[in-house]
Design a protein around this ligand. Structure first.
Ligand code: FES
Ligand SMILES: [Fe+2]
Length: 387
């Protein structure tokens, strides 16, 4: 069932998806202080493993030096080159590709080639910038700016669910990234409503679920959707039998949870997908999807292989569904960019999570007291709105 009994207004005007000043305010107000999913413990499993990424213009390197993930700005203390541009690799000690400075597990300078040429050198003065890092299950989150807000409080009531869905009993199957030409909020909003299913996903998902089957929850800093969605047919039966034999309760639901602003999680019977929609620029977003399936070293190899194979097949199906959405984003952005709009927009009850998301964004941006034009948060002037 939906929460709202009436339709809702589109709260953000098109300027919120196109305007650089608005984007800069979002960055300052809530994107930089947020926790961001940067990597997983499966991606840096062995000592020395590292991955690199860029979040909000911050080049990052996430390193497993001593069993504990640490995140550094990927910029050398010597003359600021990126230590490496490799997407991933293994270095027991991080080493800069330019002149070979090497760093300890905590980012302190460990070895400087031709060190006497730098004398007098103040010990401990030079090192990498380390960022706040915290894990929830296998997910490694980083904070680009300290805000005093712990990861536990950031994830709020969804923390236990996320930790369980991405626990050590799950194995990462994929990490899949695409850069799309659309404002990050258009991408997030697309994940928050089932209204587009009939039109966009008819050939994959079919039609949108009926209202009584849909369950929405709206919280201060997150929202959730649940609908029936178990694996159909014989494959589903086999999957449920295996899970039951392992003492697990097979789910017959599809769930989607958003932790504002950019992290969300889809939880299905056989598959968990962690989503990040990281803004690159006003109209450019990196969408990253990481898929996990149930596993355990206790499993008999045959059952384990079967579970993985079912999840991989399901993942291939969902890749087609996601492609249908991704193909649409540039067209949505192009319409939003039109200099003249037909009205102020309108949200159905089925889109109430979009309304909830927009309300949070508008409140965060407006709370800065930085003189945002009310047109940005309350829709277009009456003369351009619907009758
Ligand atoms: S810039 Fe890294 S060693 Fe010179
Ligand atoms: Fe979709």
């Amino acid at each position: 069932m939906f929460v709202s009994e009436t339709h809702l207004p589109q709260l953000l005007s098109t300027a919120a998806y196109t305007d650089r000043e608005w984007f800069d305010r979002e960055k300052r107000r809530f994107l930089l202080p947020a926790w961001h999913l940067a990597a997983t413990t499966d991606e840096i499993r062995r000592p020395g493993d590292f991955v690199t990424t860029t979040i909000l213009d911050h080049p990052l390197i996430i390193h497993n030096a001593d069993g504990q993930p640490r995140c550094f700005i990927n910029s050398c203390a010597h003359r600021f080159a990126q230590l490496t541009q490799e997407r991933c690799g293994n270095q027991c000690r991080l080493k800069c590709q330019y002149h070979g400075w090497e760093y300890d597990h905590d980012g302190a300078t460990r070895r400087i080639p031709d060190a006497p040429a730098f004398k007098p050198l103040e010990k401990g003065r030079f090192g990498l910038v380390q960022l706040n890092t915290s894990t929830c299950g296998k997910l490694i989150f980083v904070q680009l700016q300290p805000s005093g807000n712990s990861l536990a409080s950031f994830l709020g009531p969804l923390r236990g669910l996320i930790a369980e869905a991405c626990s050590s009993e799950h194995r990462q199957l994929c990490s899949w990234s695409r850069v799309v030409d659309a404002n990050w909020k258009l991408v997030v909003e697309n994940t928050l409503e089932s209204y587009h299913v009939t039109e966009i996903h008819r050939r994959t998902l079919g039609t949108m679920p009926d209202e009584p089957a849909c369950h929405h929850q709206l919280r201060d800093h997150s929202s959730s959707f649940a609908a029936p969605g178990g694996i159909p047919g014989t494959v589903g039966f086999i999957h449920r039998q295996i899970l039951t034999s392992l003492g697990k309760t097979p789910s017959r639901q599809y769930e989607h949870h958003l932790v504002l602003p950019t992290f969300s999680l889809s939880v299905m019977a056989d598959l968990v997908v962690a989503w990040t929609c990281e803004p690159i620029d006003v109209q450019r977003t990196r969408l990253t999807l990481r898929g996990f399936s149930v596993q355990s070293t206790k499993f008999a190899p045959f059952r384990h292989r079967l579970l993985t194979s079912i999840a991989k097949n399901h993942l291939a199906f969902w890749s087609r569904v996601w492609a249908e959405d991704i193909n649409l984003y540039p067209a949505v952005q192009a319409g939003v960019n039109a200099p003249l709009q037909p009205g102020s927009g309108l949200l159905s009850r089925r889109e109430e999570r979009v309304h909830h998301f927009q309300k949070w964004i508008a409140a965060q941006v407006a709370a800065s007291g930085n003189g945002i034009d009310s047109q940005h948060t309350t829709g277009w002037p009456a003369s351009r709105g619907p009758a």
